[in-house]
Design a protein around this ligand. Structure first.
Ligand code: SAH
Ligand code: SF4
Ligand code: F3S
Length: 439
C-alpha cells in the first residue's frame, strides 16, 4: 500500500501528438483533484515516451534510472513513475520487469490513468496497453485554459507501414475522430483562449468522416469566431486531396505552411521504404500546391542511410532538396527499429557514413531555411505573439509561414500584430510593428 499521489508532473517527448496527449492526461488528473507541480516535487511523474528512434527509447530508460536514484534519497516521498506513450505500447509488461515502474499505459488507454494509479497505490502492477474499439476521447474531461496556440488530435494511428517505422505498431490503425466532436473541441479551445489550432494526426490529411475530408473540417473551423489561424500536421503525399489543395487557395485562416515529408530522393530507396510515392510524383504534387498557394512554405522529414542507400542515391536526396527549397525540415540518421521490416535488410550503413551524409544534408537544409527567411524580408504579415523574448520589451511569435519572429513594443501574449519583416537570421526573423514603421 502506498499513499495515493496528490501531485503530478507530465514530461512529454517525441511528436506533437504526444504533447497533446500529455495535456489531456494532465487535465484528466487535475479533474481527479491532483495538483500539477514541477517533476522534482511531484508524487507521480508521467513520462510520456517516444519510440521512433533508438536514442528516444534509450532516453526513457536512462530517465527512469535517474528518477529511481533520486527516489532512494526521498524515501517515503519517492514519486510513483508512470510510463505512457509509444515506448509503453511497444514494451508493455517488459518495462515493469526491466525498470520496476508503477504504471504502464499506452496511447489509446490513458483515459484509464486514474484507475491505474489507484491500483498501483494499492500495490497491484498496473499495465494497460489495450487499443479499445471505443475511443478514449469520450472519457476525457473538457479542455482547460490554454495558450494562444493549441493542438487538436483529429486522427490517430497509421496504416502506411513504411518499412523503417514503429508508429503503425505503437499507435495502431488509422482512426479518425468524428466531425462534430472535433468542432466541439475546437470551440472549447477557442473559448479557453486559443487563437490558432493545429490539427494533428500521423496522417492528418487522411482524416475522414463519411464523405467529408480534412478540407471540409478546415472550412468549418474557419467559421469559428475568434479562431484566427488553422494549421495541420503531419501529411502524407498520397493523401493530399485536391480539396485540401483548393482550401490552401480559398481559406484565409489556413496558414501557408505545409509539412510534407518525402524521406528520400531516390525512387529505389522510396520503394524499399514502402513510401508509395516517387520523387517525380512528389515534385509534381508540390507544383500543384504552389499553383494554388504560391507563397506556401514547405517543410519535410528526411532519413539518411536507409539500408542499401548508395552515395549516388543519397545525392538524389540532395538534388531533391535543391529542387524544392524547403523553408524548414527535420532530418535523421536511419535507426533500425525492432520488429520493422527494414531492420532485417542487408546493407545497413555504417554510423560514420550516416553522420557524414546527415551533415551534408543539414548544411543544404540550413542554407535553404536561411534563404527562405531572407526572401521574406520586406513582407508584411501578422505575427501571433506566443511569449516574451529574453530581452526587456521583446516578444516572440510566429509568422504565417511558421517562422520564429522577434519584435518589440507594447504587446500581449495572444495578440496578432501587423508587422514588416526586416531582418533574417538562419533560425529566426526580426520584425517591426507597422505602426512603429509609420511613426
Ligand atoms: N507520420 C509522419 C511522421 C512520423 S515519424 C509521416 O509519415 O510523415 C517522424 C519522422 O521520423 C518520419 O517522417 C521520419 O523521417 C522519421 N523516422 C521514422 N522512423 C525512423 C527511423 N526508424 N529512423 C530514423 N528516422 C525515422
Ligand atoms: Fe511512419 Fe510512414 Fe506511417 Fe509516417 S506514414 S507514421 S513514417 S509508417
Ligand atoms: Fe514518437 Fe510515438 Fe510520436 S514513436 S514520434 S511519440 S507517435
Amino acid at each position: 500500500m502506498k499513499t495515493p499521489p496528490k501531485t503530478f508532473a507530465v514530461k512529454s517527448f517525441g511528436c506533437q501528438m504526444n504533447v497533446y496527449d500529455g495535456e489531456r492526461m494532465a487535465e484528466l488528473m487535475a479533474g481527479e483533484g491532483m495538483a500539477q507541480v514541477d517533476a522534482a516535487d511531484a508524487d507521480l511523474v508521467v513520462l510520456n515516451t517516444c519510440h521512433i528512434r533508438e536514442k528516444a527509447t534509450e532516453k526513457v530508460f536512462s530517465d527512469i534510472g535517474r528518477m529511481r536514484k533520486d527516489r532512494r534519497g526521498r524515501g517515503a516521498q519517492a514519486p510513483m513513475i508512470a510510463i505512457a506513450g509509444c515506448v509503453a505500447q511497444a514494451e508493455g509488461e517488459e518495462i515493469v520487469r526491466r525498470a520496476k515502474v508503477d504504471v504502464v499505459v499506452g496511447p489509446q488507454a490513458y483515459h484509464n490513468l486514474p484507475r491505474l494509479i489507484a491500483d498501483a497505490a494499492a500495490g497491484t502492477a498496473s499495465v494497460d496497453t489495450d487499443m479499445p474499439v471505443a475511443s478514449k476521447f469520450g472519457a476525457l474531461p473538457a479542455r482547460r485554459k490554454v495558450g494562444p496556440t493549441a493542438f487538436l488530435t483529429v486522427q490517430e494511428g497509421c496504416d502506411k507501414f513504411c518499412t523503417y517505422c514503429v508508429v503503425p505498431y505503437t499507435r495502431g490503425a488509422e482512426v479518425s475522430r468524428p466531425f462534430a466532436a472535433i468542432v466541439d473541441e475546437a470551440k472549447a479551445l477557442v473559448d479557453a483562449g486559443a487563437r490558432e489550432i493545429t490539427l494533428l494526426g500521423q496522417n492528418v490529411n487522411a482524416w475522414t468522416d463519411g464523405t467529408k475530408g480534412l478540407h471540409d473540417l478546415i472550412r468549418m473551423l474557419d467559421r469559428i469566431p475568434g479562431l484566427a489561424r488553422i494549421r495541420y500536421t503531419t501529411s502524407h503525399p498520397n493523401d493530399m486531396a485536391q480539396g485540401l489543395i483548393d482550401a490552401h487557395r480559398d481559406v484565409e485562416s489556413l496558414m501557408p505552411f505545409l509539412h510534407l515529408p518525402v524521406q528520400a530522393g531516390s525512387d529505389r530507396v522510396l520503394k524499399a521504404m514502402n513510401r508509395s510515392h516517387t520523387r517525380d510524383s512528389y515534385l509534381r504534387l508540390l507544383d500543384r500546391i504552389r499553383a494554388a498557394r504560391p507563397d506556401i512554405a514547405l517543410s519535410g522529414d528526411f532519413i539518411v542511410g536507409f539500408p542499401g542507400e548508395t552515395e549516388a542515391e543519397f545525392a538524389e536526396t540532395l538534388s531533391l532538396v535543391d529542387a524544392v527549397g524547403y523553408a524548414q525540415a527535420f532530418s535523421f540518421k536511419y535507426s533500425p527499429r525492432p520488429g520493422t521490416p527494414a531492420a532485417d535488410l542487408g546493407g545497413q550503413i555504417p554510423e560514420e557514413v550516416m553522420a557524414e551524409r546527415l551533415q551534408r544534408l543539414q548544411t543544404a537544409l540550413g542554407r535553404d531555411q536561411h534563404a527562405f527567411n531572407q526572401a521574406s524580408v520586406g513582407r508584411s504579415c501578422d505575427i501571433l505573439i506566443e511569449r516574451r523574448g529574453k530581452l526587456q520589451g521583446q516578444w516572440l511569435g510566429k509568422s504565417p509561414w511558421l517562422q520564429s519572429v522577434l519584435l518589440s513594443g507594447d504587446h500581449a501574449i495572444g495578440d496578432l500584430v501587423t508587422v514588416e519583416l526586416t531582418q533574417a537570421g538562419p533560425n529566426s526573423v526580426i520584425a517591426v510593428p507597422k505602426m512603429a514603421v509609420a511613426a
